[in-house]
Design a protein around this ligand. Structure first.
Ligand code: DUC
Ligand code: ZN
Ligand code: ZN
Length: 471
């Protein structure tokens, strides 16, 4: 049996902050005790004096290898989970995809194949339901038995991932039968496509127009519609990558009514804005959907308010990187949309810097508390997607997914020191105080300062339970 002690740190959970030593045996946390109050022996001792000891980050929205816009998201499960580990994230929940004409479980199996033996950290799957029919609805039960308890649907991307209201409603009714969560990409894609076509006809082809045509009111409208359909079907609903204050208003109303409606936002919607899309084709780096929002309209401020007041419960990343130029054997993926913004692959890299960015912008800059940071980035995602208390806390019996975080050390974020497989950082030259120091995944040290000690294949598939917030 391998025993590890983490000594001298401040254990920070969603509930508490305390001086405590942590004893790990093999893959599990087996004891917490006041420093000096025990006589534990161990094979290795990690000194965390002056540092936080937090549960590993959980990113419940990643797209490794996602096929999109004629190419694939540039991070593989191997490179993407390694980058996640570097950034203090020890679990991801990625999206397996059912494409049109394919069975739901075919999508699940294809993603199992991609991830198997590749991941540095533990991983689960949601399923993107791309083709609602009788067979698909039946297969939602099979998926559930395999530990997929959440299903993503799209009100955007007509002709690709899009489902109409009838399909959405039928899937919600199915989800209601066993309490699965429907995750919604809530943008009115039909109306957006009209605006896209009109903009292109006017010769408006630069990336900034991606942000202009995908109106925030159309995120609000779709969010409202999704909530009403879920209310009728009595299924739990989770709005993914919420970016617009109009959408937050709808979620807030629904939650005030006591509905099982939940939502996440992502660092890019808190920290970046429409103007980042504006520097001619450089703006392609910031093309994602929903788009980055106008600072003047106050979206970002409202999102922080939502996070403080629990109208938003989770911060994930929607990690979906595409290279700007040729890189590591990949084509210049973003340049597929030169001369036509609608052909720019949608997505941004983000799985690596999430914990540090939110610590800086949230905790250091006084927008959320230290415990709320842990809750938003680890505990709540674990509870929302049926992983708690194995994941998401520092407690006896939990998996030893632990990050030792140094709140006094600083670094400058750059493409030159990141590990994601992509040729830019959306946060180039941003300075953060508070950095990931040591990372353990199920008791094994995978990141030790500047040294990577992880291994592809260490990460295990997680069968997930139900959303623990549903009442
Ligand atoms: N949004 C993105 O930006 N990329 C992938 C899919 C999505 O919904
Ligand atoms: Zn989406
Ligand atoms: Zn996504």
């Amino acid at each position: 049996m391998a025993r590890t002690i983490i000594t001298g740190g401040t254990v920070v959970t969603a509930a508490d902050q305390m001086s405590a030593d942590v004893l790990i045996e093999d893959e599990k946390i087996v004891a917490l005790a006041a420093p000096g109050s025990h006589e534990w022996s161990a094979d290795q001792t990690i000194d965390a004096t002056g540092k936080y000891v937090i549960p590993g980050g959980i990113d419940v929205h990643t797209h490794m290898e996602l096929p999109f816009g004629g190419t694939f998201a540039s991070d593989t499960f191997e490179t993407g989970t390694r980058a996640a580990a570097w950034g203090g994230t020890t679990t991801i929940v990625d999206f397996a995809v059912q494409t049109k004409g394919q069975g739901l479980m075919e999508g699940f199996e294809a993603w199992q194949e991609k991830a198997s033996g590749q991941c540095a950290i533990d991983y689960g799957f949601h399923l993107i339901v791309g083709d609602v029919n009788e067979q698909t609805l039946k297969e939602m039960e099979t998926a559930f038995a395999e530990g997929v308890t959440s299903f993503k649907m799209f009100m955007a991307y007509p002709g690709v991932f899009y489902s109409d209201d009838g399909q959405i409603f039928r899937a919600m009714q199915k989800a209601a039968e066993n309490g699965s969560t429907i995750m919604m990409h809530a943008e009115n894609g039909i109306a957006i496509d009209v605006l896209v076509e009109q903009a292109l006809q006017r010769g408006e082809t630069d990336p900034i127009h991606h942000g202009i045509v995908r109106k925030s009111i159309l995120e609000g409208e779709a969010t409202h519609r999704a909530i009403k359909l879920a209310e009728l079907a009595e299924s739990p609903l989770y709005i993914v990558h919420l970016s617009a204050l109009e959408a937050l208003e709808e979620v807030t109303i629904a939650r005030d009514q006591g509905l099982n409606v939940f939502a996440e936002t992502c660092p890019q919607y808190l920290l970046l804005g429409l103007d980042d899309l504006g520097n001619q084709f450089e703006g392609a780096k910031y093309v994602c959907s929903p788009p980055l929002r106008d600072w003047d309209a106050g979206h970002q401020e409202e999102l922080w308010r939502g996070l403080r007041g629990n109208d938003l419960q989770v911060i994930s990343t929607d990690h979906c990187p595409f290279c700007m130029d040729e890189f590591d054997g990949l084509i210049a993926q973003k340049r597929l949309g030169e001369g036509d913004f609608s052909k720019i692959p949608n997505g941004m890299p983000g799985v690596e810097p999430r914990m540090e960015l939110i610590h800086q912008a949230g905790v250091v800059e006084g927008k959320i508390s230290l415990s709320r940071w842990v809750e938003l980035c680890s505990t709540a995602p674990a509870k929302m997607f049926g992983l708690y208390p194995d994941k998401g806390t520092i407690a006896v019996g939990s998996d030893a997914d632990v990050v030792i975080f140094d709140p006094n050390a600083s670094k400058v974020i750059s493409v030159d020191n990141q590990h994601m497989r992509v040729d830019y950082s959306a946060y180039e030259d941003w300075e953060v105080t508070g950095i990931v120091d040591t990372v353990l995944s199920r008791g094994r040290v995978v990141v030790d300062g500047d040294e990577y000690r992880g291994e592809a294949g260490h990460g295990r598939y997680l069968k997930r339970g139900l959303n623990q917030y549903v009442m």
